[in-house]
Design a protein around this ligand. Structure first.
Ligand code: ADP
Ligand code: MG
Length: 700
């Protein structure tokens, strides 16, 4: 079947009328022959194997057994009755159970003939039974077709109600495959030979109607590989186009500002990872293509200093730089830290946020336009059209997921060429995902923490133990440490959440009375200047306890804080909990995190608590998060729609992804426009896939 026939509307398939077509379209998004063929089974019923009763192990496994039925009896139940038959082979026996259809069983079962039974096992108090098995006399079964694996397709309630059963879909699929004949090959023969792949046609047939479990595995491998391969081709191609077309400013030298900073100001030795990443950035800035780099690093890994040193390179080359943070609090923390570090070397730093006064703004604009100002730090106020730079060369964006495409586009218009962009994120994107999502961004990873950090000790406590937790808070405060207590604030239930926060605050005030203890509170309903004031008191050590909602989530840096208490921790996602925890453990002291939850926890909730108490590694946590929530729910990926993979699974098929990526690399390098004869089919398939949908263009 060729590419064109594959686009035939589904109503033209035999057995599909207008009604069924409607249902298939609305419920399963199956519009064409191709859509149906790519509607893959999510599991298979395997009848290729016969079990002995002595081999049975797993509850609810689907098994097939040969044996004889001995003794059928009817037993009363609370309501109605059930029919139970003893079924045995030469290794043991199980019970077959029917709750309905008794008459047929009682009248037809032949206790002399061997039977093949198939069904789901129940393990009840150590003995196995099988409710409502499929049963067939062995002699009859032998005459049947040799199909051994049956596909099970995803379905919806509406479909089953309206009579589109699994059997119906299988029948349609079977018919379509029969009329399809051979499929055009979509992979070059060199790759097929190299990886010993089966052909497209064999793969399509065997993924729906496997002739054996080996062939099924081969079919799945081939199709998953193909899916990843084309995605990677697209990403790599975009990357290549981007590199060749988008010119950027060339920063030729590392000059006095950088060197002075490095030699006389930098208060510590950079970690190996920081040095490596700086080199990567330096290389980008020195080429004449625009840099688009994502800098990933766990909380506390020291991204800020890397950003600052990159900005100094820009300044050394006569350019200005800006740093955007998602909140005012963060912007002002950056401002304070960076202006202190820049003061000795004479680099001019200013801050611009929504609450910058009009007359300050005017002065700032002037200094920005005459080039006096080197670094501008702020919230997204700094990308407003009214903000004009003399010569911006580098923009650093902290916490990438809070900035949208439109905002990034505004940035690009601020100079004759787009400034270089460094995006920093402390939400580690699992390597798997980063590879498939950000193939068109270059990625640097700081995978090493500054020396001397003690891992944060994390425990999980039920809220019934809160008094003990209070005691622990007192101990830490008496040692001179500071404490965060965080409450969830979920938009949909904001009113309840504020009540929780305020109730919590009241009880903490009672437990920690003034003047012995000083408490700050920060939440989203406060005025920015009040928030800033409270933050300031905590940062300066004037208060020992900070009660807050998640506004303190990102970036805030108070090295003396050693204890993070998270209330209703079950309501937070894994990466958010990890972010919050990262607010402590920034000084030399041992730090702690206490996760408080209610007694009742969902299975996911338990996994989240166990993951956090088990590891401090942000990447590991992100991988678990990906498994729990699925990639579609990860921060920043919602709008992508990219991850609707048809057969491959980003997590489980990670290995295949890597292989596909390396082959895609190879092809793009040798033949970026698929002009070679041997890549003709790639050209065809690529066009069919990506013709009118430019996906993944949201990031840059
Ligand atoms: P993040 O990556 O979370 O933004 P920061 O840049 O805020 O981390 O750094 C966390 C803390 O670690 C800061 O106090 C910073 O000064 C310090 N720091 C950064 N790099 C080093 C280093 N190489 N050695 C020691 N301390 C460092
Ligand atoms: Mg930071």
């Amino acid at each position: 079947m060729d590419a064109k026939t594959l686009q035939t509307p589904i109503e033209y398939l035999k057995g599909v009328g207008p009604n069924r077509a409607d249902l298939l379209k609305t419920e399963l998004h199956i519009h064409s022959f191709q859509n149906l063929l790519e509607f893959f089974p999510f599991r298979y019923i395997d009848k290729s194997r016969f079990y002995k009763i002595s081999e049975l192990q797993d509850n609810s496994a689907e098994v097939q057994i040969i044996g004889k039925i001995t003794g059928v009896r009817t037993l009363p139940m609370k309501q109605g009755k059930r029919v139970v038959a003893n079924f045995q082979d030469d290794t043991g026996s199980i019970e077959l159970v029917w709750f309905r259809g008794h008459k047929w069983i009682l009248e037809n079962v032949n206790t002399n003939a061997p039977y093949v039974i198939f069904g789901k096992l129940n393990n009840f108090n150590g003995s196995f039974s099988m409710p409502h098995p499929e049963i067939e006399e062995l002699e009859k079964a032998k005459t049947k077709s040799n199909v051994k694996m049956y596909p099970v397709y995803p379905s919806t309630e509406k479909l089953s109600k309206r009579g589109i059963s699994n059997r119906m879909i299988s029948t349609l699929m079977f018919g379509l495959l029969e009329q399809s004949g051979n499929f055009s090959e979509t992979l070059p023969s060199s790759i097929i030979a190299d990886l010993k792949l089966i052909s497209k046609t064999e793969a399509m047939i065997n993924v729906h109607f496997p002739q054996s479990s080996e062939l099924l595995a081969k079919a799945q491998f081939r199709l998953k590989f193909e899916e990843f391969f084309y995605i990677q081709l697209q990403l790599l191609r975009k990357n290549a186009v981007h590199k060749s077309k988008i010119k950027g400013f060339r920063f030729k030298q590392v000059g006095e500002y950088f060197n002075a900073f490095y030699n006389t100001v930098l208060p510590f030795e950079l970690t190996g990872a920081q040095k490596r990443v700086l080199k990567e950035i330096r290389k980008d800035l020195g080429s004449n293509a625009q840099m688009n780099r994502l800098l990933q690093g766990d909380v506390g890994s020291g991204k800020t200093i890397v950003a600052l040193m990159s900005m100094l390179i820009a300044i050394d080359n006569g350019f200005q730089a800006c740093l955007m943070a998602p909140t005012e609090i963060l912007a002002s923390q950056h401002y304070e830290g960076i202006s202190e570090l820049c003061e000795p070397i004479g680099v001019q730093v200013e801050i611009l946020t929504g609450s910058t006064k009009k007359k300050d703004r005017k002065v700032l604009h002037e200094r920005l336009q005459n080039g006096e100002l080197h670094i501008l730090i702020g919230t997204h106020a700094l990308i407003e059209d009214t903000v004009k730079f003399k010569n911006i060369g580098l923009a650093v964006i902290d916490e990438q997921h809070r900035f949208g495409v439109a905002q990034r586009a505004k940035l690009w218009k601020k100079n004759t060429l787009p400034p270089h962009v460094l995006v920093m994120t402390a939400t580690p994107i699992p390597r798997t995902l980063a590879m498939s999502l950000y193939g068109d961004l270059d990625i640097s990873v700081i995978d090493e923490l500054p020396p001397g950090r003690k891992p944060i000790k994390t425990v999980h406590r039920f809220d019934s133990n809160r008094l003990k937790v209070f005691k622990f808070i007192k101990d830490e405060v008496h040692k001179g440490r500071q404490v965060y207590i965080v409450y969830p604030l979920i938009e949909e239930s904001a009113n309840f959440d504020y009540k929780d926060l305020m109730d919590g605050y009241a009880s903490i005030e009672r437990e920690f009375p003034k003047p012995k203890y000083q408490i700050s509170i920060v939440h989203g309903k406060m005025k920015p200047q009040d928030k800033a004031y409270e933050m300031e008191r905590f940062v300066k050590g004037k208060t020992q306890i900070m009660v807050a909602t998640t506004v303190i989530e990102v970036g805030v840096n108070v090295p003396n804080a050693s204890l993070m208490i998270i209330e209703s921790a079950e309501r937070f996602g894994l990466s958010q909990l990890h972010q919050l925890r990262g607010r402590v453990g920034r000084g030399a002291e041992q730090s702690y995190c206490v996760l408080i939850t209610g007694k009742k926890l969902s299975a996911d909730g338990k996994t989240r608590m166990e993951t956090l108490t088990g590891t401090n590694d942000g990447f590991e946590i992100a991988e678990v998060d990906l498994k729990l929530r699925g990639p579609g729910n990860l921060m920043g990926t919602q709008q992508s729609g990219v991850l609707e993979l048809k057969i491959a699974d980003l997590v489980k098929d990670n290995q295949i992804l890597k292989i596909a990526r390396s082959y895609a690399h190879h092809v793009i390098k040798a033949d970026p426009n698929f002009k070679l004869e041997e890549h003709h089919m790639i050209n065809v398939a690529f066009r069919a896939l990506f013709n009118d949908k430019t996906i993944w263009n949201y990031i840059s």
